[in-house]
Design a protein around this ligand. Sequence first.
Ligand SMILES: Nc1ncnc2c1ncn2[C@@H]1O[C@H](COP(=O)(O)OP(=O)(O)OP(=O)(O)O)[C@@H](O)[C@H]1O
Ligand SMILES: [Mg+2]
Length: 396
Amino acid sequence: MLRVFIASADLHSSQQLRASLEQSGLVGEVLEWKVVGDNLPDAGDAMADVVLLDLGRDPDPYFALAKHVRGLQPTIRIIACSTQPQPDPQLLLEAMRSGVQEFLPKPVSPEVFRETLERFAVEAASPEKRGGDRLVVVMGAKGGVGTTTVAVNLAVQLANKHKKKTGLIDFGRPLGQTHLMLNLTPRFNVRDAVENLNRLDGHFFAGLLTEHRSGVLLLGGVTQPEEWERINMAATVRVINVAQSIFDTIVVDYGTQFAAEWGPVLRGARAIVIVAETNVPALWALERHLLALLGMGIDAGRLQIVINRWRRADQEALKTVERNIKHPIFSVIPNDYKQVSDAINMGAPLMGNHNNPLVAKFAQLAAQLTGMENAPQQGKTGGGFNLFLFSSKKGG
Ligand SMILES: Nc1ncnc2c1ncn2[C@@H]1O[C@H](COP(=O)(O)OP(=O)(O)OP(=O)(O)O)[C@@H](O)[C@H]1O
Ligand SMILES: [Mg+2]
Protein backbone atom coordinates (compact mmCIF):
# COMPACT_ATOMS: atom_id res chain seq x y z
CA MET A 1 0.00 0.00 0.00
CA LEU A 2 1.21 3.46 -0.85
CA ARG A 3 1.74 6.48 1.27
CA VAL A 4 0.52 9.69 -0.36
CA PHE A 5 1.24 13.20 0.71
CA ILE A 6 -1.40 15.78 -0.33
CA ALA A 7 -0.27 19.39 -0.55
CA SER A 8 -3.29 21.66 -0.55
CA ALA A 9 -4.54 25.03 0.66
CA ASP A 10 -8.19 24.02 0.40
CA LEU A 11 -9.50 21.71 3.08
CA HIS A 12 -12.61 20.69 1.18
CA SER A 13 -10.72 19.82 -1.99
CA SER A 14 -8.04 18.00 -0.03
CA GLN A 15 -10.71 15.85 1.64
CA GLN A 16 -12.23 14.95 -1.73
CA LEU A 17 -8.83 13.92 -3.03
CA ARG A 18 -8.19 11.90 0.10
CA ALA A 19 -11.52 10.07 -0.35
CA SER A 20 -10.77 9.29 -3.99
CA LEU A 21 -7.27 8.08 -3.15
CA GLU A 22 -8.62 5.84 -0.40
CA GLN A 23 -11.25 4.41 -2.74
CA SER A 24 -8.59 3.58 -5.31
CA GLY A 25 -7.73 0.64 -3.07
CA LEU A 26 -3.98 1.23 -3.44
CA VAL A 27 -3.36 3.86 -0.79
CA GLY A 28 -2.67 2.88 2.79
CA GLU A 29 -1.94 6.24 4.33
CA VAL A 30 -2.65 9.84 3.35
CA LEU A 31 -0.72 12.70 4.94
CA GLU A 32 -1.69 16.30 4.46
CA TRP A 33 0.47 19.37 4.17
CA LYS A 34 -1.05 22.84 4.33
CA VAL A 35 0.54 24.91 1.65
CA VAL A 36 0.22 28.13 3.60
CA GLY A 37 1.41 27.62 7.13
CA ASP A 38 3.34 24.36 7.31
CA ASN A 39 7.11 24.33 6.95
CA LEU A 40 8.64 22.45 4.06
CA PRO A 41 9.28 18.86 5.09
CA ASP A 42 12.90 18.05 5.86
CA ALA A 43 14.91 14.90 5.37
CA GLY A 44 14.03 13.68 8.84
CA ASP A 45 10.29 13.71 8.11
CA ALA A 46 8.76 10.44 7.03
CA MET A 47 8.45 10.72 3.27
CA ALA A 48 5.77 9.39 1.00
CA ASP A 49 5.73 7.34 -2.22
CA VAL A 50 3.67 9.92 -4.04
CA VAL A 51 3.11 13.65 -3.60
CA LEU A 52 -0.17 15.06 -4.82
CA LEU A 53 -0.14 18.80 -5.49
CA ASP A 54 -3.65 20.22 -5.27
CA LEU A 55 -2.72 23.36 -7.20
CA GLY A 56 -4.14 26.64 -5.98
CA ARG A 57 -4.39 29.97 -7.77
CA ASP A 58 -0.71 30.60 -7.22
CA PRO A 59 1.07 27.37 -8.18
CA ASP A 60 4.58 28.55 -7.22
CA PRO A 61 4.64 27.26 -3.62
CA TYR A 62 3.46 23.87 -4.87
CA PHE A 63 6.19 23.65 -7.45
CA ALA A 64 8.73 24.78 -4.84
CA LEU A 65 7.53 21.94 -2.63
CA ALA A 66 7.78 19.49 -5.54
CA LYS A 67 11.40 20.51 -6.21
CA HIS A 68 12.18 20.31 -2.53
CA VAL A 69 10.81 16.79 -1.98
CA ARG A 70 12.38 15.58 -5.16
CA GLY A 71 15.71 16.83 -3.87
CA LEU A 72 15.15 14.84 -0.67
CA GLN A 73 13.86 11.75 -2.41
CA PRO A 74 14.60 11.55 -6.16
CA THR A 75 12.42 8.48 -6.74
CA ILE A 76 9.28 10.14 -5.44
CA ARG A 77 6.35 10.41 -7.87
CA ILE A 78 4.63 13.75 -8.17
CA ILE A 79 1.10 14.31 -9.43
CA ALA A 80 -0.43 17.75 -9.91
CA CYS A 81 -4.15 18.28 -10.13
CA SER A 82 -6.10 21.39 -10.87
CA THR A 83 -9.60 22.51 -11.70
CA GLN A 84 -8.43 23.62 -15.14
CA PRO A 85 -9.34 20.83 -17.55
CA GLN A 86 -6.72 22.17 -19.95
CA PRO A 87 -3.85 23.81 -18.04
CA ASP A 88 -2.04 26.42 -20.05
CA PRO A 89 1.30 25.46 -21.57
CA GLN A 90 3.32 27.78 -19.31
CA LEU A 91 1.87 26.17 -16.19
CA LEU A 92 2.54 22.78 -17.60
CA LEU A 93 6.12 23.59 -18.41
CA GLU A 94 6.73 24.85 -14.88
CA ALA A 95 5.07 21.73 -13.49
CA MET A 96 7.32 19.50 -15.52
CA ARG A 97 10.42 21.46 -14.62
CA SER A 98 9.62 20.95 -10.96
CA GLY A 99 9.36 17.19 -11.44
CA VAL A 100 5.60 16.70 -11.88
CA GLN A 101 4.99 13.47 -13.81
CA GLU A 102 1.22 13.55 -14.14
CA PHE A 103 -1.28 16.32 -14.52
CA LEU A 104 -4.84 15.34 -13.64
CA PRO A 105 -7.91 17.55 -13.94
CA LYS A 106 -10.17 17.70 -10.89
CA PRO A 107 -12.33 16.04 -9.79
CA VAL A 108 -10.09 12.97 -9.92
CA SER A 109 -11.99 9.70 -9.80
CA PRO A 110 -10.72 6.70 -7.79
CA GLU A 111 -10.30 4.84 -11.13
CA VAL A 112 -8.00 7.51 -12.50
CA PHE A 113 -5.92 7.42 -9.32
CA ARG A 114 -5.82 3.63 -9.47
CA GLU A 115 -4.66 3.57 -13.08
CA THR A 116 -1.98 6.22 -12.40
CA LEU A 117 -0.70 4.58 -9.21
CA GLU A 118 -0.67 1.13 -10.81
CA ARG A 119 1.46 2.42 -13.61
CA PHE A 120 3.87 4.01 -11.12
CA ALA A 121 4.12 0.64 -9.38
CA VAL A 122 4.85 -1.23 -12.62
CA GLU A 123 7.49 1.28 -13.55
CA ALA A 124 9.15 1.10 -10.16
CA ALA A 125 9.11 -2.70 -10.11
CA SER A 126 10.70 -3.29 -13.48
CA PRO A 127 12.70 -0.47 -14.97
CA GLU A 128 12.86 -2.21 -18.36
CA LYS A 129 9.06 -2.01 -18.51
CA ARG A 130 9.01 1.71 -17.87
CA GLY A 131 6.41 3.36 -20.01
CA GLY A 132 8.79 5.34 -22.15
CA ASP A 133 10.51 2.17 -23.24
CA ARG A 134 7.40 1.33 -25.19
CA LEU A 135 7.10 4.58 -27.04
CA VAL A 136 8.37 5.15 -30.57
CA VAL A 137 7.78 8.67 -31.86
CA VAL A 138 7.96 9.15 -35.62
CA MET A 139 8.55 12.76 -36.68
CA GLY A 140 9.22 14.38 -40.00
CA ALA A 141 12.24 16.61 -40.57
CA LYS A 142 9.75 18.48 -42.75
CA GLY A 143 6.28 17.92 -44.14
CA GLY A 144 5.63 15.36 -46.84
CA VAL A 145 8.73 13.21 -46.33
CA GLY A 146 6.72 10.10 -45.47
CA THR A 147 6.30 10.36 -41.70
CA THR A 148 2.82 8.86 -41.78
CA THR A 149 3.87 6.13 -44.21
CA VAL A 150 6.71 5.15 -41.86
CA ALA A 151 4.58 5.33 -38.69
CA VAL A 152 1.75 3.24 -40.15
CA ASN A 153 3.95 0.56 -41.70
CA LEU A 154 6.13 0.34 -38.62
CA ALA A 155 3.06 -0.24 -36.45
CA VAL A 156 1.67 -2.81 -38.89
CA GLN A 157 4.91 -4.79 -38.86
CA LEU A 158 5.13 -4.71 -35.07
CA ALA A 159 1.62 -6.07 -34.77
CA ASN A 160 1.44 -8.39 -37.72
CA LYS A 161 4.91 -9.85 -38.05
CA HIS A 162 6.33 -9.40 -34.59
CA LYS A 163 3.03 -10.05 -32.76
CA LYS A 164 3.44 -7.12 -30.41
CA LYS A 165 0.40 -5.52 -28.88
CA THR A 166 0.74 -2.28 -30.81
CA GLY A 167 -1.05 1.04 -30.54
CA LEU A 168 -0.82 3.78 -33.12
CA ILE A 169 -1.68 7.31 -32.07
CA ASP A 170 -2.09 10.01 -34.65
CA PHE A 171 -0.98 13.47 -33.57
CA GLY A 172 -0.53 14.55 -37.19
CA ARG A 173 -1.29 18.22 -37.74
CA PRO A 174 -3.37 19.86 -38.97
CA LEU A 175 -5.19 16.64 -39.90
CA GLY A 176 -4.58 13.04 -38.94
CA GLN A 177 -4.23 10.73 -41.92
CA THR A 178 -3.19 7.37 -40.52
CA HIS A 179 -6.75 6.06 -40.71
CA LEU A 180 -6.79 6.67 -44.46
CA MET A 181 -3.71 4.52 -44.93
CA LEU A 182 -5.37 1.76 -42.91
CA ASN A 183 -8.78 2.22 -44.54
CA LEU A 184 -10.41 2.69 -41.15
CA THR A 185 -13.14 5.05 -40.05
CA PRO A 186 -12.49 5.60 -36.36
CA ARG A 187 -15.49 6.60 -34.31
CA PHE A 188 -13.22 8.37 -31.84
CA ASN A 189 -10.00 10.28 -32.11
CA VAL A 190 -7.34 11.99 -29.98
CA ARG A 191 -9.75 14.78 -29.19
CA ASP A 192 -12.15 12.35 -27.52
CA ALA A 193 -9.28 11.12 -25.38
CA VAL A 194 -8.13 14.57 -24.30
CA GLU A 195 -11.65 15.81 -23.66
CA ASN A 196 -12.34 12.96 -21.27
CA LEU A 197 -9.22 13.15 -19.18
CA ASN A 198 -11.09 12.66 -15.93
CA ARG A 199 -12.45 9.32 -17.21
CA LEU A 200 -9.32 8.33 -19.04
CA ASP A 201 -7.94 5.07 -17.74
CA GLY A 202 -6.72 2.02 -19.65
CA HIS A 203 -10.23 0.68 -20.04
CA PHE A 204 -11.75 3.90 -21.32
CA PHE A 205 -8.79 4.43 -23.63
CA ALA A 206 -9.17 0.95 -25.13
CA GLY A 207 -12.78 1.83 -25.98
CA LEU A 208 -11.60 4.72 -28.17
CA LEU A 209 -9.45 2.54 -30.39
CA THR A 210 -10.23 1.08 -33.79
CA GLU A 211 -8.69 -2.27 -34.72
CA HIS A 212 -7.01 -2.90 -38.04
CA ARG A 213 -6.79 -6.43 -39.43
CA SER A 214 -3.02 -6.38 -38.86
CA GLY A 215 -3.77 -6.15 -35.12
CA VAL A 216 -2.80 -2.47 -34.83
CA LEU A 217 -5.14 -0.52 -32.56
CA LEU A 218 -5.52 3.02 -33.77
CA LEU A 219 -6.38 6.20 -31.94
CA GLY A 220 -7.10 8.32 -34.98
CA GLY A 221 -6.05 11.90 -35.49
CA VAL A 222 -8.25 14.93 -35.73
CA THR A 223 -10.47 15.24 -38.75
CA GLN A 224 -11.08 18.98 -38.51
CA PRO A 225 -8.06 21.26 -38.20
CA GLU A 226 -9.67 23.54 -35.63
CA GLU A 227 -9.91 20.63 -33.19
CA TRP A 228 -6.26 21.27 -32.31
CA GLU A 229 -7.31 24.43 -30.52
CA ARG A 230 -8.86 22.21 -27.88
CA ILE A 231 -5.92 19.90 -27.41
CA ASN A 232 -3.02 20.83 -25.19
CA MET A 233 0.16 19.30 -23.97
CA ALA A 234 -0.98 18.18 -20.52
CA ALA A 235 -3.70 16.25 -22.18
CA THR A 236 -1.50 14.61 -24.79
CA VAL A 237 1.08 13.57 -22.20
CA ARG A 238 -1.62 11.86 -20.25
CA VAL A 239 -3.06 10.12 -23.30
CA ILE A 240 0.39 8.75 -24.07
CA ASN A 241 0.91 7.64 -20.48
CA VAL A 242 -2.37 5.79 -20.40
CA ALA A 243 -1.62 4.18 -23.76
CA GLN A 244 1.67 2.92 -22.40
CA SER A 245 -0.13 1.07 -19.67
CA ILE A 246 -1.93 -1.21 -22.15
CA PHE A 247 0.45 -1.77 -25.07
CA ASP A 248 3.81 -3.41 -25.71
CA THR A 249 4.64 -0.64 -28.15
CA ILE A 250 3.03 2.65 -29.02
CA VAL A 251 3.89 4.29 -32.31
CA VAL A 252 3.09 7.98 -32.48
CA ASP A 253 2.72 9.83 -35.77
CA TYR A 254 4.05 13.14 -34.44
CA GLY A 255 3.98 14.90 -37.80
CA THR A 256 6.30 17.84 -38.18
CA GLN A 257 5.64 19.96 -35.15
CA PHE A 258 8.30 21.16 -32.80
CA ALA A 259 7.13 21.95 -29.30
CA ALA A 260 9.25 22.32 -26.19
CA GLU A 261 6.30 21.04 -24.18
CA TRP A 262 6.85 17.61 -25.68
CA GLY A 263 10.31 17.51 -24.07
CA PRO A 264 9.42 15.20 -21.18
CA VAL A 265 7.65 12.74 -23.48
CA LEU A 266 10.43 12.78 -26.05
CA ARG A 267 13.16 12.42 -23.42
CA GLY A 268 11.41 9.32 -22.10
CA ALA A 269 10.73 7.70 -25.47
CA ARG A 270 12.48 4.53 -26.49
CA ALA A 271 13.19 5.96 -29.92
CA ILE A 272 12.53 9.10 -31.88
CA VAL A 273 12.57 8.35 -35.55
CA ILE A 274 13.32 11.42 -37.64
CA VAL A 275 12.22 10.88 -41.21
CA ALA A 276 13.94 12.79 -43.99
CA GLU A 277 14.65 12.49 -47.70
CA THR A 278 17.79 13.04 -49.70
CA ASN A 279 17.17 16.57 -50.85
CA VAL A 280 18.54 19.88 -49.64
CA PRO A 281 15.46 21.23 -47.81
CA ALA A 282 14.84 17.95 -45.99
CA LEU A 283 18.49 17.43 -45.05
CA TRP A 284 18.83 21.00 -43.88
CA ALA A 285 15.69 20.60 -41.76
CA LEU A 286 16.99 17.27 -40.46
CA GLU A 287 20.14 18.90 -39.15
CA ARG A 288 18.18 21.72 -37.51
CA HIS A 289 15.80 19.28 -35.86
CA LEU A 290 18.59 17.07 -34.67
CA LEU A 291 20.32 20.02 -32.99
CA ALA A 292 17.07 21.20 -31.42
CA LEU A 293 16.27 17.75 -30.06
CA LEU A 294 19.76 17.34 -28.63
CA GLY A 295 19.33 20.80 -27.12
CA MET A 296 16.21 19.53 -25.36
CA GLY A 297 18.37 17.01 -23.56
CA ILE A 298 17.34 13.98 -25.62
CA ASP A 299 19.89 11.20 -25.58
CA ALA A 300 21.61 11.08 -29.00
CA GLY A 301 21.42 7.28 -29.02
CA ARG A 302 17.64 7.46 -29.14
CA LEU A 303 17.47 9.74 -32.17
CA GLN A 304 17.22 7.46 -35.18
CA ILE A 305 17.42 8.99 -38.62
CA VAL A 306 15.48 7.21 -41.35
CA ILE A 307 15.95 8.33 -44.93
CA ASN A 308 12.82 7.64 -46.90
CA ARG A 309 12.55 7.34 -50.69
CA TRP A 310 16.15 6.24 -50.81
CA ARG A 311 17.83 5.54 -54.14
CA ARG A 312 21.18 3.96 -54.69
CA ALA A 313 22.46 7.19 -56.19
CA ASP A 314 21.94 8.91 -52.82
CA GLN A 315 24.63 6.88 -51.13
CA GLU A 316 27.55 9.27 -51.51
CA ALA A 317 25.52 12.32 -50.50
CA LEU A 318 24.29 10.53 -47.41
CA LYS A 319 27.77 9.57 -46.33
CA THR A 320 28.66 13.25 -46.42
CA VAL A 321 25.52 14.05 -44.45
CA GLU A 322 26.53 11.56 -41.75
CA ARG A 323 29.93 13.18 -41.48
CA ASN A 324 28.51 16.69 -41.34
CA ILE A 325 25.83 16.04 -38.78
CA LYS A 326 28.04 13.65 -36.81
CA HIS A 327 25.17 11.26 -36.41
CA PRO A 328 24.66 7.92 -38.12
CA ILE A 329 21.78 7.18 -40.44
CA PHE A 330 19.84 4.37 -38.83
CA SER A 331 17.99 3.04 -41.82
CA VAL A 332 16.88 3.82 -45.34
CA ILE A 333 13.55 3.01 -46.96
CA PRO A 334 13.68 2.49 -50.71
CA ASN A 335 11.89 4.76 -53.10
CA ASP A 336 8.96 2.98 -54.69
CA TYR A 337 6.39 5.53 -55.60
CA LYS A 338 4.00 3.12 -57.28
CA GLN A 339 3.90 0.62 -54.48
CA VAL A 340 3.64 3.22 -51.72
CA SER A 341 1.05 5.37 -53.40
CA ASP A 342 -1.05 2.34 -54.43
CA ALA A 343 -0.95 1.17 -50.82
CA ILE A 344 -1.94 4.61 -49.55
CA ASN A 345 -4.73 5.07 -52.06
CA MET A 346 -6.15 1.61 -51.40
CA GLY A 347 -5.79 2.03 -47.63
CA ALA A 348 -3.85 -1.21 -47.57
CA PRO A 349 -0.56 -0.96 -45.69
CA LEU A 350 2.36 -3.00 -46.89
CA MET A 351 1.96 -6.46 -45.42
CA GLY A 352 2.36 -10.12 -46.04
CA ASN A 353 4.92 -10.58 -48.75
CA HIS A 354 8.27 -10.84 -47.01
CA ASN A 355 10.19 -10.99 -50.26
CA ASN A 356 9.00 -7.51 -50.91
CA PRO A 357 11.93 -5.17 -50.11
CA LEU A 358 9.72 -2.47 -48.64
CA VAL A 359 7.86 -4.89 -46.36
CA ALA A 360 11.13 -6.50 -45.30
CA LYS A 361 12.57 -3.10 -44.61
CA PHE A 362 9.72 -2.00 -42.37
CA ALA A 363 9.82 -5.34 -40.53
CA GLN A 364 13.52 -4.91 -39.97
CA LEU A 365 13.11 -1.34 -38.80
CA ALA A 366 10.39 -2.47 -36.37
CA ALA A 367 12.68 -5.14 -34.94
CA GLN A 368 15.64 -2.82 -34.61
CA LEU A 369 13.68 -0.08 -32.94
CA THR A 370 12.14 -2.34 -30.35
CA GLY A 371 15.37 -4.21 -29.63
CA MET A 372 14.03 -7.58 -30.73
CA GLU A 373 16.64 -10.27 -30.72
CA ASN A 374 15.82 -11.48 -34.19
CA ALA A 375 16.45 -8.06 -35.68
CA PRO A 376 18.49 -8.71 -38.78
CA GLN A 377 21.97 -7.23 -38.59
CA GLN A 378 22.73 -4.18 -40.60
CA GLY A 379 24.14 -5.10 -43.97
CA LYS A 380 23.01 -8.72 -43.89
CA THR A 381 19.59 -8.36 -45.35
CA GLY A 382 17.47 -5.97 -47.25
CA GLY A 383 15.38 -8.06 -49.57
CA GLY A 384 17.82 -7.90 -52.44
CA PHE A 385 18.79 -4.27 -51.95
CA ASN A 386 22.00 -3.18 -50.40
CA LEU A 387 20.07 -0.95 -48.08
CA PHE A 388 22.54 -0.41 -45.31
CA LEU A 389 25.08 1.93 -46.59
CA PHE A 390 26.98 3.15 -43.68
CA SER A 391 29.56 1.62 -41.48
CA SER A 392 29.64 4.25 -38.73
CA LYS A 393 28.52 3.23 -35.25
CA LYS A 394 25.26 4.48 -33.88
CA GLY A 395 25.05 6.57 -30.76
CA GLY A 396 26.35 9.97 -31.96
N1 LIG B 1 9.20 4.99 -49.74
C1 LIG B 1 8.48 5.75 -50.55
N2 LIG B 1 8.62 5.67 -51.89
C2 LIG B 1 7.91 6.46 -52.70
N3 LIG B 1 6.99 7.33 -52.30
C3 LIG B 1 6.78 7.46 -51.00
C4 LIG B 1 7.50 6.67 -50.06
N4 LIG B 1 7.07 7.01 -48.81
C5 LIG B 1 6.11 7.96 -48.99
N5 LIG B 1 5.94 8.24 -50.29
C6 LIG B 1 5.01 9.22 -50.88
O1 LIG B 1 5.16 10.44 -50.19
C7 LIG B 1 3.91 11.07 -50.01
C8 LIG B 1 3.79 11.60 -48.61
O2 LIG B 1 3.73 10.53 -47.68
P1 LIG B 1 3.16 10.73 -46.21
O3 LIG B 1 1.76 11.20 -46.24
O4 LIG B 1 3.49 9.51 -45.48
O5 LIG B 1 4.11 11.93 -45.73
P2 LIG B 1 4.03 12.82 -44.43
O6 LIG B 1 5.43 13.22 -44.12
O7 LIG B 1 3.27 12.13 -43.37
O8 LIG B 1 3.21 14.07 -44.95
P3 LIG B 1 2.50 15.25 -44.10
O9 LIG B 1 3.61 16.21 -43.76
O10 LIG B 1 1.52 15.82 -45.07
O11 LIG B 1 1.86 14.62 -42.92
C9 LIG B 1 2.86 10.04 -50.34
O12 LIG B 1 2.14 10.48 -51.44
C10 LIG B 1 3.58 8.78 -50.65
O13 LIG B 1 3.08 8.19 -51.83
MG1 LIG C 1 1.62 12.78 -42.25
